[in-house]
Design a protein around this ligand. Sequence first.
Ligand code: S3P
Length: 440
Amino acid sequence: MMTAIALPQRKGQQGLVGTLHVPGDKSLSHRALMLGALAVGDTVIDRCLLADDVLHTRSALTQLGTEIDVNPDQQTVVVHGRGRFTFAPTVKPIDLGNAGTATRLLLGMLSRQPYPLTIHGDASLSQRPLMRVCDPLQQMGATIDLRADNYLPASIHANSSLKGITYQLPVASAQVKSAILLAGLQAQGATSIIEPVPTRDHTERLLRAFGADVERHGKVITLQPGSLLEGQSIHIPGDLSSAAFFIVAALIIPGSHLVLPAVGVNPTRTGLLTILEQMGAKIGLSQLETLNGEPRASLTIKSQSLKGITIAGAQVALAIDELPIIALAATQAKGETIIRDAQELRFKETDRIKTVVQELKKFGVHIEEKSDGMVIKGQQELMAPPADTVLDSHGDHRLGMMLAVAALLTGGKVLLKQAEAIGISYPTFLADLQSLLKSQ
Ligand code: S3P
């Protein structure tokens, strides 16, 4: 029997009030560790996320002979760069847990090692498609065997050469793009990637910060190998995907007033802010600053009314991880919200179209599953699920956090199963949510 925990509960008219520093960006933390391992000299990473997913990247790099020191108090990590692309051999399979980003990126980064390697992960990660990554890597000269031609475990064959390619991405995926770029660093000749729509460009920005030659012209990103990667001092901004839960919570819970300092606002990640603006929200951005090529700002959010909209096309990739919490925001908006062109949600930590619909229905919400998205009725009152109904994160951190915010709307006692999944990206999330509940 899996135990369920009671989620934070609002007392009376409590809103979310105060200032919160959300943990460092997960996408950037993975990338900073990886590029730090490849670079010459030390890389000091400030505000590195130390949550399950990133800890798997760290342990993989350590297993491959990289020295990494962690100072948990200051959230500072020092990577002693190897200064080369070849890692130490390991016969033990590399365990990446639930970490999709680590898996995709490491497949690219490790596709030219002079000895074989095996990568595996947990049950959820082992159901997520990998052919989308291995197909371009094989075109570059790598040989990777996947279970049933698409899934972990993956066996990367020993390899001594890769060649640059021009590759049109069939799906909008920053993970696939990044895997190709990391392989491209070690290839003969230039690598070009054509994106159907823009996806998060952290790899490109960080590669440039480390000294690599990466350029973007329209939809085409081109990397010229051969530049020296040099260790850097990297300042990771707060993760907008973690801040998203507090942004939406503050908007929809009356009496809220939150300040979230130094949150990453890279324009390829801010789809959530644009969507909320279209829904009528006014979110304050101040103290804009760019470090290591990554902009950050302080966000100020007060509770306010929203209206339903249609979310489709290029907007989807810019808010891909925020769609579960946007679905919750939509339940409180005036009018219907339609999310389409979001079939990629089916390949995340869970099938997020199915699990979001299934779990929100437990609050009595009218929400309809579509093949590529969902339709959400607005202005709904969420009811605490009956005593015999327990919410389930399904092992998906973002689903768990969205459900914790949904539970606050009910004012009642709500139980969540597999709540520990939240630790994949935000171990102190529930404590932070509880600490902000205040009567003004
Ligand atoms: C990520 C890219 C996105 C996102 C994931 C993190 C990254 O996945 O959903 O949480 O760090 O590159 P896709 O690129 O596969 O869409």
